[in-house]
Design a protein around this ligand. Sequence first.
Ligand SMILES: Cc1cc2nc3c(=O)[nH]c(=O)nc-3n(C[C@H](O)[C@H](O)[C@H](O)COP(=O)(O)OP(=O)(O)OC[C@H]3O[C@@H](n4cnc5c(N)ncnc54)[C@H](O)[C@@H]3O)c2cc1C
Length: 391
Amino acid sequence: MNNIKKPIVIVGSGFGGVNAALHLRKNNADFSILVIDSKTKFEFKPLLYEVFSNEIKSWEVNPSFNSIYANSGITFIQNHVNFIDFDKKLLFLKDDLKIEFEYLVLSTGSSPNDFSIKGVKEHCSFFSTNNDQFSLKKLLDKPISVGENNKIFIIGAGPSGVELACKVSDLYKSKFEVIIVEKTSEILNNSKIFNKEEAEKSINKKNINLMKNCSVLEITDEQILLSNNFNDIEKIPYFEVIWTAGIKPNLPEFNKQIQKINNKILINNNLQLQDFPNVFAIGDISQTDSNNGFPVTAQVAMQQGEHVAHNIKLIINNEKLLPFKFNDNGEMMSLGIGKASISGIGLTLSGKFAFDIRRIIYASKMPKIGRGLKSTASWFLEKKSIFKSIL
Ligand SMILES: Cc1cc2nc3c(=O)[nH]c(=O)nc-3n(C[C@H](O)[C@H](O)[C@H](O)COP(=O)(O)OP(=O)(O)OC[C@H]3O[C@@H](n4cnc5c(N)ncnc54)[C@H](O)[C@@H]3O)c2cc1C
């Protein structure tokens, strides 16, 4: 076993980072583990739509990192990592703080990508964080005057765009016209067929206007400029534009050029950086070159978090590292108030029952994440005695 003098440092305490830290701690009481995150609270993003619709309270899905790591022996520091020197094994944080590491796990996640389209940053709302959902709700709750434009454009018909459109439509159908704009000819290009079909049914039923084969050229303070396949340009006034069309990895700066793929950190099958075997990168910020990459999901980040903990133990013990294998446990989608669709884990299911199961699965998947989610699960378990036999 290698003698470790400096800590194992995890930068980013989202789905990947929390799982890495807790699994590292689980079987290795003597490891010194330090977690750094810019925020004070965990964000359970898959349930952000339900926080937006008040179906879940934000405290239930945003436990503080202090509560997650309490009594675990894991040290948590709230700070932002700006720069990493891989050669000196040194992190440079805000306020001139420097931290040395022996092994490093990067799990800093992603944020919305505006693809440098003019006006997106200045004029759009986003839906990626708890602050985003709070600001959006505040904006949409504002009264609109008679004759004022009532069009809400949601850009991108991926899971985020479709799930958000369904909630916005259910919550504000008497007030706003909801329009989804999608560049390609299909919605949910990478989703399971069952979920795609259920989403299409929901979009039709809710009278959400779906503009396919339509790209955003520019957003001004009053209008959205769209172009179709024939390069016809349309300028449409809006009440609000919500940008859910893509993400980019959150990367600190590095002392060396590192290998990247699709702007993400290129990792090998053991989740290590190619040129720095003591550095691992997991979740939304990393990709292997063996395929198109794994889905950019919490499920992948969580599994990689657990795997990286195992591989760090192996590397410390001078043993051979194991390649990461993704175990696809299916896909769940929120489709409006009290409705969802599930495909995988041996079942396809939609509607109210799928909504309840989705919440239970999310709550029970992360029992260590905090009291909030545990209470969500127990609330359901009490209400739905049927699940007592399933779980
Ligand atoms: C609205 C929404 C809905 C989603 N729904 C689903 C879903 O239904 N199912 C699913 O599987 N996935 C879903 N996802 C995707 C999923 O949330 C991400 O894939 C997952 O969070 C990635 O985990 P991660 O650990 O890579 O990053 P994150 O969970 O985003 O965590 C990154 C952490 O790093 C911190 N950080 C970033 N930069 C720094 C820095 N320089 N210094 C210190 N800390 C830093 C951040 O504060 C954050 O806490 C959804 C995402 C969104 C936005």
